[in-house]
Design a protein. Structure first.
Lengths: 124, 434
């Protein structure tokens, strides 16, 4: 699977990268903010099978990035990875039929968690 | 001086003095007139007496003396010079008394009229002052009190108008001002508290993010290290990693529970209530805890009603409560014993969940305390899962948010505790179908 990972915290990014690449055998491109996600998607809307979005990022946060992506009518599934457990976040996810992986997550089960979400077919 | 004139006490005193003075004068005048009337009526009586004596032919010596006294009194009264009359001219006097209207009679009638008028004036004044007092009381006391009461009621409803105009410089004005100052103080405190609450709220959300971010890295690193992805490790290193891993898990639980509790207390924890199967939630929860029970060799039993029910609940949250109670029960039960989870309708028609352990029991004085935060009564038998001291406080808050209640029954002598909680909104599957 080709995954686009947006995460501004480099330590977390390293762990996610290691997990997805070594445990899940996925191909991952890591970017540090939402604007870079939009740039990548605009370059090639079908380049990725999954987008993993952090919520709090500089330049363009996860929610704004996600709204822009939805306006672009992309078909790539989006999963949020965030420590933000607020009702607003849940409302946003519910409204857009999106799923979320809560930080701190368990790296060893991250791949299974992602697969489970994709199988459920939420936002595809 | 200006202050004195505005003072309600002064105004009231002035009004009272004026009222009493004017009424006093009128009353005095009436009394004077009454005295005059009495005086002249006495004259009339004497004239009548004289008339009778004059008519009488033969008089005794005493009667004669009395007649002469009355004649001189009469002449004095009628302003007739004594020289013009002699005792021989008695017929003339009699004629005078008979024909001429007596001055005394006239004057008496005049004073009667005056007295009558004065009485009317007195009554009029009395009514006037009564009305004045009423208007004064209404304008200066009753109306301002009603106005103040209105302000207070508005304040109670949280609609206090900030447009405060300076009230009269008197006792009532000062009362209004005191209330205004008091209200301002309450509003200031209220605003400060609101601000504090907001700061606390944003602190909770910032703390949430700032604590979870480094923890994500720590937990991730430890997990990956333990898994051997970064290379194999010897047994001692593995042991140390296990400790670090467990403690980071504990820290995560503590942070999550603290944040949950803060949110529940701030009323920012909306429940996602839906009708869900009783059987399903019990089964899922018990299954998820089988591993923990087996690890410490405790038997886990589930007893549910033969008919399934549906409960209006936030399934995740009820499961969180049930998990908390069952894992506590497992932790406190000795090896080889059982934990019984049972559910049944109670007398009030609510669904009641029971989690019964075989632990040491809880002393009566501790039974309420354990539902308070950070209050673990005694250390658990099993060190497998160390608690955060928040589980029961959160469970209590969550069950109360559902409109239910939570508690414990325990006998320290016999051992064993039964934790129970209720959920009020239930329906049978048949009800749901219809």
């Amino acid at each position: 699977m080709k995954i686009l990972l947006a995460e501004d915290d480099l330590n977390i990014a390293k762990i996610v990268l290691m997990t997805l690449q070594h445990v899940g055998q996925h191909e991952v491109l890591h970017v540090e903010n939402g604007q870079l996600v939009i740039d990548e998607i605009k370059k090639n809307p079908l380049a990725f099978d999954l987008i993993l979005l952090d919520e709090m990022m500089p330049k363009l946060g996860g929610i704004k990035t996600c709204q822009t992506l939805l306006e672009l009518n992309i078909t790539t599934p989006i999963i949020f990875m965030t420590a933000n457990n607020s009702p607003e976040m849940h409302d946003f996810l519910k409204q857009n039929n999106l799923a979320m992986i809560t930080k701190p997550f368990e790296p060893l089960t991250l791949n299974d968690q992602i697969q489970e979400i994709l199988n459920k077919g939420e936002r595809s | 001086m200006k202050h004195l004139l505005h003072s309600l006490h002064f105004q009231f005193t002035l009004l009272t003095i004026l009222a009493f003075t004017s009424l006093g004068f009128t009353a005095h005048y009436i009394q004077q007139q009454q005295e005059k009337i009495i005086h002249f009526q006495k004259q009339i009586v004497k004239n009548e007496e004289l008339r009778l004596l004059l008519k009488t032919q033969r008089l005794t010596k005493t009667q004669k003396k009395k007649r002469n006294d009355l004649i001189s009194f009469y002449l004095k009264q009628e302003n007739i010079k004594t020289s013009n009359f002699s005792t021989s001219n008695l017929k003339q006097i009699l004629e005078n008394i008979n024909t001429k209207k007596s001055n005394a009679d006239k004057v008496s009638k005049f004073h009667k009229k005056q007295s009558q008028n004065a009485k009317i004036t007195f009554n009029g004044l009395l009514i006037f002052w009564f009305i004045s007092f009423f208007i004064f009381l209404n304008k200066k006391w009753i109306a301002p009190i009603k106005q103040l009461q209105k302000k207070m009621n508005q304040f109670i409803l949280g609609r206090y108008s900030y447009s405060y105009k300076l009230e009269a410089d008197n006792e009532m004005g000062h009362l209004h001002k005191t209330f205004h100052d008091l209200a301002q103080k309450v509003l200031r405190t209220h605003n400060q508290l609101e601000q504090l609450d907001q700061t606390k709220s944003s602190f909770v959300s910032i703390a949430s993010h700032e604590l979870r971010t480094p923890l994500t890295s720590i937990k991730g690193s430890l997990s990956l290290l333990s898994s051997g992805i970064a290379g194999e490790m010897n047994e001692s290193a593995q042991n140390l990693l296990t400790i670090a891993n467990n403690e980071s898990n504990r820290l995560i639980r503590l942070i999550n529970e603290l944040l949950d509790l803060a949110k529940i207390e701030a009323g920012e924890f909306p429940l996602q209530k839906e009708w869900a199967s009783l059987y399903q939630i019990c089964k899922t929860t018990v299954l998820s805890l089988e591993g923990l029970a087996q690890a410490v060799n405790v038997k886990l039993q589930l007893q549910v009603p033969s008919h399934d029910y549906e409960l209006l609940m936030d399934s995740d949250r009820v499961q969180q409560v049930l998990t908390n109670l069952i894992s506590n029960a497992i932790k406190f039960s000795p090896e080889g014993k059982s934990v019984i989870v049972s559910v049944d309708l109670n007398a009030q028609g609510q669904m009641e969940f029971y989690v019964q352990d075989s632990g040491p029991g809880i002393a009566p004085e501790d039974q309420d305390v354990i539902f308070e935060r950070f209050s673990q009564v005694s250390s658990a038998q099993s060190p497998l899962v160390s608690g955060t001291g928040l589980g029961l406080a959160i469970s209590k808050a969550l069950i109360e948010e559902h409109g239910g209640s939570i508690g414990v029954r325990s006998n320290i002598n016999k051992g064993g505790s039964i934790f129970y909680f209720t959920l009020p909104d239930i329906r049978t599957i048949e009800e749901q179908a219809s």
